[in-house]
Design a protein. Structure first.
Length: 252
């Protein structure tokens, strides 16, 4: 799909770099649009330019206010990667939006890492809870992967998910974890052949057994999750929590 049409669905005008990265074919056209303030504008999306620039400033403010806490989570010994996803990663957030986080944990420590990330966000009153009606600038801990299972499930290998992966805003990246994540999911380049192909998976054994603390935290958290479980995806190595599933409404 033409990226101008895709991003117009989200009332967003892409930069030239984003237009190239997300164009679905090798050869990017040189006509049919113009450049304004570093953005690729056409009749399809020109009305969204002012809003896009406004939301950029809003998103930058959110990142400035919360980056210290995200970096603090990244210092936890069980955390390998922390990235911002969703509207904030594209600098396209509204004032009322939260901040979505994607976290990759050490093998065999997914539940331990999640527990302490939740504790940190809760201590400072910045965790978005499922029942929250007002969640401006709160942290939504909605996606956790263990580093021993970085492969996106086949039923989630969509253009929308590929977008989300390639537009991650990295805050903490230990031991080239992001590069291993992208390298494990090279299917994204089938959607976007112009995206960075220098990311290569590294041979590294990361399998680890759960210790006693991990087992206790896993059992306790699963109990809490099951009490209100709806469309969440929960496995031993991946957790997908989304209060609002934008993928269902993404253009196809």
């Amino acid at each position: 799909m033409d990226p101008l049409k895709y991003f117009a669905h989200f009332k967003y005008v892409p930069t030239w770099e984003e237009y190239q990265r997300f164009y679905p074919r090798r050869n990017v056209p040189k006509t049919g649009y113009s450049l304004k303030m570093g953005r690729v504008v056409s009749r399809l999306n020109e009305r969204y330019l002012t809003g896009t620039l406004k939301r950029k400033k809003i998103s930058e403010g959110k990142l400035k206010r919360r980056r210290w806490l995200v970096e603090l989570m990244g210092r936890l010994p069980w955390v390998r990667y922390v990235g911002v996803s969703g509207t904030v990663s594209m600098l396209n957030a509204a004032e009322a939006d939260d901040i979505d986080l994607f976290i990759i944990t050490a093998a065999g420590r997914l539940w331990t890492a999640r527990f302490f990330c939740i504790v940190l966000a809760s201590i400072f009153g910045m965790r978005r809870r499922p029942e929250d009606k007002e969640f401006r600038d709160k942290l939504c801990l909605n996606l956790f992967f263990s580093e021993d299972d970085l492969s996106i499930p086949k039923f989630k290998r969509t253009e929308y998910v590929a977008h989300e992966m390639l537009q991650l805003m990295t805050i903490v990246n230990k031991d080239s974890t992001l590069e291993r994540f992208i390298g494990t999911n090279k299917w994204v380049f089938g959607f976007f052949p112009n995206a960075d192909k220098d990311l290569r998976i590294k041979n590294q054994k990361t399998k680890a057994k759960e210790n006693a603390v991990e087992k206790v935290l896993k059992k306790w958290q699963l109990h809490l999750i099951d009490r209100r479980r709806t469309r969440e995806i929960v496995t031993g190595t991946q957790l997908w929590f989304f209060p609002e599933d934008y993928e269902q409404n993404a253009p196809r």
